[in-house]
Design a protein around this ligand. Structure first.
Ligand SMILES: [Zn+2]
Length: 390
């Protein structure tokens, strides 16, 4: 038996593992300050400081001066960079893109409006062109692009790589979206649902940071949820978990675009909200309805409050099933703040088991409507880190 007790190798292997954690955090999030590395890895500030000093000496990472949250800070990044990644998030009426080294380092962002019911071919070729334009405008070589994450506002079957319900996004019927974009750009493309990506964004650098069990709701043209279990976004067996918009809340309710009856979406989707005020306001786009509610229009405020009540009932179901510690609410409708959130909180208090309702907080998302693009950057950076040359 070794009389010295602890084997001399154990310190070295712990140190190697901690170095790996720091490098992995940089791969996942892009350049970080030492404080951010400590938060991302759970290592102490002193350990991070020592590890970064060693990694700089070994030419594995380098530091540069930058401004972070209005203050001067030293950013730590891998030497020579690990290349860039792109996030692409399709909405029902637009596509938003970002390019950078990770979710905290978006060097370029673009938004392009799209016609309603846009078709996949057009959308994908525009996205590919916009990624190329962003590479050019940031002076980045095409060969530096490592991976892309592509988000669609519909259930996505991660096994087949197709949209999981063709009725919800008919213009994308039968299209292997990830493979087509991969062919156009020549890099790996990860396909996901935008609600999952929004949850990923809030989890990595928004309202769900540090949350083990949580949920993020994306309230836009339709409503979707991304579920966080054990600190990771839970995608289910085929990638379609979190379809809260198609949970039945009235079996005899109106027929939904998915073919079912009385889904949450038929009560709180943008078409339902617009119809509710059509007699007094004519056709209102969701953004206009939200703007009028914020300006004090009584009819629009009432419609948002009613939507909050319906969403609250569905969220109470999530709270009963998963016992989350925090639920964040994002997307276009969430711009109305407590007008939407208060009735959701009331719904959870009324309909969820008291102990589960008492242990959950309902908060606004902190990344606004770009949570899905930020999440796409995180997913793409993670994909890039698994394929980069050693
Ligand atoms: Zn439905």
């Amino acid at each position: 038996m070794n009389s010295l007790g602890r084997a001399p190798g154990s310190q070295a292997s712990l140190r190697a593992a901690n170095r790996g954690r720091v490098l992995e955090a940089l791969d996942r999030h892009g350049p970080l300050t030492q404080v951010e590395i400590a938060a991302a890895t759970g290592l102490s500030a002193a350990s991070v400081s020592n590890l970064v000093r060693d990694l700089v000496a070994d030419r594995e990472v380098e530091t540069s001066r930058a401004v972070r949250n209005g203050r001067r800070a030293a950013l730590v990044a891998p030497v020579g960079g690990r290349g860039v990644v792109a996030g692409v998030a399709f909405g029902d009426r637009d596509v938003r893109l970002a390019l950078g080294t990770g979710p905290r380092d978006l060097r370029s962002r673009v938004r392009l409006p799209l016609p309603p019911d846009h078709v996949a071919d057009e959308g994908l070729s525009r996205a590919a062109r916009l990624v190329s334009d962003m590479l050019d405008s940031t002076g980045t070589a095409r060969t530096d692009l490592r991976a892309v994450a592509l988000g669609l506002p519909a259930p996505v079957d991660s096994v087949s790589g197709h949209v999981g319900s063709e009725a919800i996004l008919p213009g994308w019927r039968g299209v292997a979206a990830a493979r087509e974009l991969e062919t156009a750009l020549g890099v790996p493309v990860v396909l996901d649902n935008t609600a999952n990506l929004a949850a990923q964004g809030e989890l990595v650098c928004g309202a769900l940071v540090g949350v083990r069990h949580g949920c993020h709701l994306k309230t836009s043209h339709g409503i979707g949820a991304g579920i966080v279990l054990d600190g990771r976004v839970h995608r289910g067996s085929a990638g379609t978990a979190g379809e809260i918009g198609h949970v039945t809340i009235d079996e005899n309710g109106p027929v939904c675009r998915c073919g079912n009856r009385g889904c949450l979406d038929t009560f709180v989707g943008s078409s339902a909200l617009s119809s509710a005020v059509a007699v007094t306001h004519g056709h209102l786009a969701l953004r206009d309805l939200v703007a009028r509610a914020l300006a004090g229009d009584p009819g629009c405020r009432r419609v948002v409050t009613d939507a909050g009540r319906h969403i609250g009932v569905a969220v109470a179901g999530v709270v009963n099933l998963l016992n989350p510690e925090r639920v964040s609410i994002g997307g276009t409708l969430a711009r109305t703040g407590d007008l939407l959130l208060d009735p959701i909180r009331e719904g959870v208090e009324r309909c969820a088991i008291p102990s589960a309702a008492a242990s959950v907080e309902i908060v606004p998302g902190s990344l606004g409507e770009d949570a899905d693009v930020v999440g796409a950057m995180a997913v793409a950076a993670e994909r890039a880190s698994t394929t980069r040359p050693a």
